[in-house]
Design a protein around this ligand. Structure first.
Ligand code: SAM
Length: 283
């Protein structure tokens, strides 16, 4: 026993040195109490062990660790995905990528449409697509075995339809003779290795291999785009998330690869975020 007087839930939050929403989320997590309960009982003394755990997590948050790693989850498309330090914390921009993918998939097809998520991380893209369209045949890859393990946990917890998981370097992860896809979606690493944002305390905690890729940040995108036509059915789509200053460079790569209907879509802030193209039906 420390002999200190018990602090109230409100006092803990107020002294955390964090934005109110972060402090509230951490308190909900450590106390396992819903927001409404904490509001109604804010002036009551907090359990000492919970208070200690809250202080420890608040200190890690002040040092820049993403909230999602501290609570162990992040919401994506209204669902709770488990995340850990082996996977990128899913970003709201990526919900736009999923929406763009869904809006380009025909409502019905003679055979199950085949969709691939390259660099799946926590699995948010593949799992959200599979849950939105259980008629799709989903595959997902990642170079990281730990990321794939996290994605598989999420798929099981969210009762997603079956997804084929493959570990390896971009296209090389796919078994030989894998049939072509109707759509390939990817949010690859796209920061340059020297990007000063990588020094940001928040990004320092995320896996380097999920964030940065080569001197220009375009290397992963180039690897994916270079041979995409060998993996797409005629009329099949490629959709890529990228940095807000990379739209023109990514469109160039898509055109060089022979894709048609090449375009860039903005994110909610109006910034270039997703570029896409389609393998011509008659090449
Ligand atoms: C920006 S994260 C995206 C994760 C997830 N799709 C999302 O949107 O939250 C990029 C992912 O690509 C994976 N990755 C990096 N290099 C790769 C490679 N050479 N082959 C396959 N996956 C790779 C990383 O492990 C990481 O999970």
């Amino acid at each position: 026993m420390s002999g200190q007087p018990a602090r109230s839930w409100d006092a803990l939050q107020a002294a955390a040195g964090l934005p109110r929403l972060d402090a509230r989320a951490l308190l909900e997590h450590v106390s396992a109490r819903p927001r409404e309960w904490l509001v109604a009982h804010g002036d009551e003394p907090a359990d000492a062990r919970v208070a200690e755990r809250f202080d420890a997590l608040a200190a890690r948050r002040r040092a820049g660790e993403p909230l999602a790693y501290l609570t162990g989850y992040r919401e994506f498309f209204g669902r709770r995905f488990a995340v850990d330090r082996h996977v990128l914390v899913p970003r709201p921009e990526t919900e736009g990528l999923v929406e763009a993918a869904l809006s380009r998939l025909p409502a019905r097809a003679a055979a199950a449409l085949r969709v691939l998520d390259l660099g799946t991380g926590s699995g948010v893209i593949a799992i959200t697509l599979a849950l939105a369209r259980p008629d799709l045949q989903l595959s997902a890859t990642d170079a990281s075995a730990s990321a794939l393990a996290c994605a598989q946990v999420n798929a099981a917890r969210l009762s997603a339809p079956p997804i084929d998981w493959h570990q390896g370097d971009w296209w090389a992860a796919l078994p030989a003779q894998t049939p072509r896809f109707d759509m390939v979606v990817s949010n690859p690493p796209y920061l340059a290795d020297s990007d000063p944002h990588l020094d940001d305390p928040a990004l320092r905690h995320e896996p380097a291999g999920a964030l940065a890729c080569g001197p220009q940040g375009l290397e992963a995108i180039e690897q994916i785009v270079a041979t995409v036509c060998a993996h797409l059915l005629p009329g099949g789509w490629l959709l890529l998330e990228h940095g807000c200053e990379q739209g023109s460079a990514v469109r160039d790569r898509l055109l060089q690869a022979g894709l048609s209907e090449v375009a860039t879509l903005p994110d909610l802030q109006g910034l270039d975020r997703i570029s896409l193209g389609r393998r011509p039906v008659h090449a």
